[in-house]
Ligand binder design. Structure first.
Ligand code: ADP
Ligand code: 5GP
Length: 226
């Protein structure tokens, strides 16, 4: 009997701006490209230097974004520091059905909406080793003005209040270790009993249909207290 057991796991990775989510995702994709599909979000924010449309984000105008909302083309969307961000639906569904583990790198409001729609989503929260290090990383990245950096740090205070909603906390200190940790958390999620009901039932059937000699059947009856 062929049992379909290869549907991918949906994982959400959130974390304060500057905690290193983008860096971790890039490295995870480099190491395990066959296994993971990283969803590309749509946003109304301007591209940073080096960011390309359709690679880091789909860069859209406010009008285009609102049209996507109207057409129900997004799994979720949220506003973050003055801009819209949202997850296009088609890619996520397509990749999950193809058996890929799909990762959404999104902020907390979006994460909670995804969890509501798909309750078996794995929620990971990435933090830096300290708040001081967070600030250093944001400043060091050099992609935002000091004003925007401060808005993002202020937003982090609010986001920290929601961390208990997540399944696992991942501290991004040494990048290499952090990438492996994320990978192993997702692998572990595949082993969850509730995600393996088909496999369990198949094993039960196989065990029952094993040809047993009379002696073994007696031992079995004894174990079962008959
Ligand atoms: P996010 O996507 O969470 O906003 P980024 O991936 O852009 O964060 O990382 C923010 C900055 O911190 C970048 O300059 C990046 O190179 C740096 N960074 C990421 N991970 C680490 C790490 N483990 N140790 C030191 N610096 C890091
Ligand atoms: P950034 O501007 O630094 O790329 O992203 C800002 C924040 O928006 C980050 O916390 C990032 O995870 C989040 N984000 C990116 N894409 C999406 C999305 O599709 N939906 C939601 N809700 N948040 C997103």
């Amino acid at each position: 009997m062929m049992i379909q057991r290869n549907k991918g796991i949906l994982t959400v990775v959130s974390g304060f701006s500057g905690s290193g989510k983008g860096t971790i995702m890039k490295e995870l994709m480099r190491r395990y490209a066959d296994r993971y599909a990283l969803s590309i979000s749509a946003t109304t924010r301007a591209p940073r230097e080096g960011e390309r449309d359709g690679i880091e984000y789909f860069f859209r105008t406010k009008e285009q974004f609102e049209q996507m909302i109207k057409e129900d083309a997004l799994v979720e969307y949220a506003q973050y520091v003055g801009n819209y961000y949202g997850t296009p639906r088609a890619y996520v569904e397509e990749q999950l059905n193809a058996g890929k583990d799909v990762i959404l790198e999104i902020e907390i409001q979006g994460a909670l909406k995804v969890k509501e729609k798909f309750p078996d989503t794995l929620l990971l929260f990435v933090t830096p080793p300290s708040a001081e290090e967070l600030k250093n990383r944001l400043v060091g990245r050099g992609t935002e003005t000091m004003d925007v950096i401060e808005s993002r740090l202020a937003r982090a205070v609010g986001e920290a209040e929601g961390m208990e909603a997540y399944d696992y906390l991942v501290v991004n200190d040494v990048l290499d270790e952090c990438v492996e940790e994320v990978h192993h958390l997702i692998l572990g999620e595949h082993r969850r009993v509730s995600r393996n009901i088909d496999r369990i039932n198949e094993m039960r059937e196989e065990l029952k249909s094993l040809p047993l000699s009379g002696l073994l059947i007696k031992i079995n009856d004894k174990i079962n207290g008959e």
